[in-house]
Design a protein around this ligand. Structure first.
Ligand code: GDP
Length: 426
């Protein structure tokens, strides 16, 4: 049985916590896209962790953690992360890395920085982790796959070819130092040494696991609205954030993905540039940011303050639909306990017309939020384990959202810990 855990919004919905929680029943957890540009924050008995590349199931000793072929594999970051887990006393995890995963090179990170510098105020707000240059190279067919590390003879010829192209840009567009093929070769050989013990034919491994009836979790990064096809292009990430891509980025038959758990946050937050219709500003935003998540809404990778907003029905309904949601996990609901009244964005007004269907970017840029205000519950709901024990206004908020987005909310997260969860029978 294969389950996917993905985001409905702009990322930071709390997927890490839900994965960590559901990983208890999983045999295998697979990262299938993205790279070290976003982080999952997980709080458990070992401490608080910001994971960027290792799957969130890493804390259990019964699970195998897999870096799938769809991931932008930053080898030094992976090893740094494994080292930090070891330091905090987490038992050595079982890790496999797809032989078809491609590697983020140091020059991808440089190109990301140079391009953001060049764009200046028009920049994308990239985390400068090299993700866009990495995926560009993958699809331009000049990326380096893990399997190529073991074919040293043809490697040098390819490196020279890649350096020729890159050096034109470095010299004439960015006015920066050229790449030296020998150095790139040494970089790749150092990656080979680090990654060799973990390399695996992942799609074959997963195929066998499916035949054996193993429980597999696909862990997505970011959310629907950052998908390059269905998101707020061009303010998106460079790999698909959708559950459907899990089949490709892990190497599984698409029909094996039986459950798609879409994590949807009880209010909105976003990082980077791009339209954000329900965004709030000033003191109102500062307070929500301060109280949000676990210790404030600041980027797990960059520490940047996140942009804040009210729950957006239009974006979330779309975000859930495009994921193919079977279950919604509604998260960080406890954070809203301080509000007398809770505004919800229930529609977008575009050119004088109100819609609840999420539009393409040019229309989105013109959208104004239509708000409806719900009464708050004014108390702390952490520690509650039964749906019926939630305050009435809190249940009304959940049921209002559920009705508007049109997908069943089967889990409610009311705290950052593994046990802070309410299962709702549907
Ligand atoms: P991810 O990238 O989707 O995993 O999201 P983040 O790692 O940014 O998670 C959001 C933050 O919210 C983290 O600091 C989590 O520990 C925290 N968190 C997750 N679920 C809840 C919840 O239900 N309540 C509270 N207060 N914090 C939560």
């Amino acid at each position: 049985m294969v389950n996917a855990i993905v985001g409905a919004n702009w990322g930071d919905e709390g997927k890490g916590k839900i994965t960590d929680m559901l990983a208890k029943e999983a045999d295998i957890i697979v990262r299938f896209q993205g790279g070290a540009n976003a982080g999952h924050t997980i709080v458990n008995k070992y401490g608080k962790f910001a994971l960027h590349i290792v799957p969130s199931g890493i804390f259990y000793d019964h699970t195998t953690s897999i870096i799938g072929n769809g991931v932008a594999l930053n080898v030094p970051k992976l090893f740094e992360e494994l080292e930090s887990l070891k330091e905090k006393g987490v038992p050595a995890p079982k890790i496999l890395v797809s032989d078809r995963a491609q590697m983020v090179m140091s020059y991808h990170i440089l190109f990301d920085q140079y391009e953001e510098e060049r764009l200046g105020k028009n920049s994308f707000g990239s985390t400068k982790s090299g993700i866009a240059p990495f995926y560009s190279d993958k699809f331009a067919k000049i990326g380096f796959q893990v399997s190529e590390l073991f074919d040293e003879d043809s490697l040098m010829e390819k490196i020279e070819r890649v350096c020729d192209t890159k050096n034109v840009l470095l010299e004439h567009l960015y006015h920066k130092p050229r790449l030296e093929p020998g150095e790139i070769y040494r970089e790749l050989m150092s990656y080979k040494e680090m990654v060799a013990p973990y390399v695996c034919d992942v799609s074959l491994f997963l195929w066998k696991a499916v035949q054996e009836g193993k429980n597999i979790l696909l862990e997505g990064q970011l959310g629907s609205l950052k998908d390059p096809d269905h998101g707020i292009y061009p303010m998106v990430t460079s790999s698909s954030t959708l559950a459907a891509y899990g089949a490709i980025g892990a190497g599984l038959p698409p029909y094996e993905i039986k459950r798609i758990i879409t994590v949807c946050k009880a209010y909105s937050s976003a990082v980077g540039a791009g339209a954000f219709v329900s965004e709030i500003f000033g003191e109102e935003a500062d307070e929500l940011r301060r109280r949000g998540g676990d210790g404030g809404e600041y980027g797990a990778t960059t520490g940047r303050p996140r942009r804040m907003g009210w729950f957006d029905v239009v974006a979330s309904k779309y975000g859930c639909r495009i994921q193919g949601t079977t279950d919604v996990a509604f998260t960080v609901l406890d954070v809203l306990g301080y509000l007398d009244e809770i505004p919800v964005c229930v529609g977008y007004e575009i050119d004088g017309k109100v819609t609840t269907d999420f539009p393409t970017t040019s229309l989105l840029n013109k959208a104004k939020p239509v708000l409806e205000v719900l009464p708050g519950w004014k108390c702390d709901i952490r520690g509650i384990r039964e749906y019926e024990a939630l305050p009435e206004n809190c249940r009304k908020y959940i049921e209002f959202v559920e009705e508007r987005i049109g997908f069943p909310i089967t889990m409610i997260s009311n705290g950052p810990g593994r046990e802070d969860i309410i299962f709702r029978k549907k």
